[in-house]
Design a protein around this ligand. Sequence first.
Ligand code: AMP
Ligand code: MG
Length: 420
Amino acid sequence: MINSPPNCADINEPGLLHLDLAKQAIQDAMPVLQESQQIPIEQAKGRCLATSIISPVQVPGHTNSAVDGYALHGSDLPTENTTTSLTIQATVLAGEFYTETCQSGHCIRIMTGAAIPADLDTVIMQEHCEVTRNVISIDARHKKGQNVRQAGEDIHLDAIVLQVGKLLCPADIGLLASLGITEIKVKRKLRIAIASTGNEIYSIASAIPEGGLYDSNRYCLQAALDRPDIEIINLGIIQDNESELLKRFNEAADYADIIISTGGVSVGEADFTKQVLQTSGDINFWKVAMKPGRPIAFGKIKHSIFFGLPGNPVAVLVTLYQLVLPALEKMLGITDKPIAPLIKARSLEAMRKKPGRTEIQRGIVSQTETGELQVKTTGKQGSGILSSISMANAFIILTHDRDRIEKGDWVDVQLFSGLF
Ligand code: AMP
Ligand code: MG
């Protein structure tokens, strides 16, 4: 049973639920996916690591030279104000392994990355040596042990190199390859069914009659959820028809971890989704104190988590990013991903705002010559106007208690890069 969180009464409209409480209630109710799968590292970018990676080797694998130069015995280094000459005994290139001993008074010509012979401990950069035929001359500025990368200094044997829950990035894939790991265990993909509801909604493949409109929500959702860790099941458009909605959602619940539908959760006369879900699922209907995106349904149909998002396209994207994506990440087991921080920018315009709800406007953030961030809205902010997001590069988050914003006030912004 998913319990409704306590309602946060509002002076203007009792029963409105603070966005933070809605977020928390959703987070608390999300299960964490347990199943994992073994995949080659070439396919692992953007997947969530299911078990921590323990290094099977040490990196670097052998003590090697950090520069092109000459490897020698530290005990042969000259004392202050003197110089020393050493005879070049051999040359060792990267990839070669030199096993003969090097007597005192001798040195080895060595290249970057080449293994340093076991009896030597110091490398002098070639730029710091004077070379005459097979003899080098060095002065006293050098230190024993310099320019040597010790075996295991980056990663020692059995070290934890990547923690369970990490959302894998290109550097992680490189790291795995550097350890010779070919396959890893990641969380299996999350199966998400998406549907649009409404008698007025038509697929882009069909002609629309008077009073109809194209389904933009499903395409938008599909694009927003197009990630390596998600598998989309497209349920198409479902009519505002009780038995049809019941049948399709129940079928989807048999194989989807999550069902996301849009439309049909407000108080309109034809809002069947609400009636259907109230009778067949364990669903709460929330009036979240946010604009856009007030009516939201959240709960369970059989073992599937159900999100009923508003019908208006802007509200769909805003609620997806604010409420649904953090929940998906919890279910996927992601505990470590790059942060998309809230940052402050100066508003270039006054904005009307009612206290008692979080308003999420769409904005364009830019930087002044002195490096300060500033933001302006993308103009009309109606919840059906998708171009207000299309033109934006950030959400402007006007927090719950704020009143009118004056030109020059600081506001919170959330940049799309890192989010989208
Ligand atoms: P509803 O919540 O079902 O009353 O829908 C609210 C508004 O969003 C209405 O104007 C709908 O026509 C519109 N809408 C609903 N679903 C979609 C969709 N899939 N694509 C575009 N607009 C939609
Ligand atoms: Mg509708």
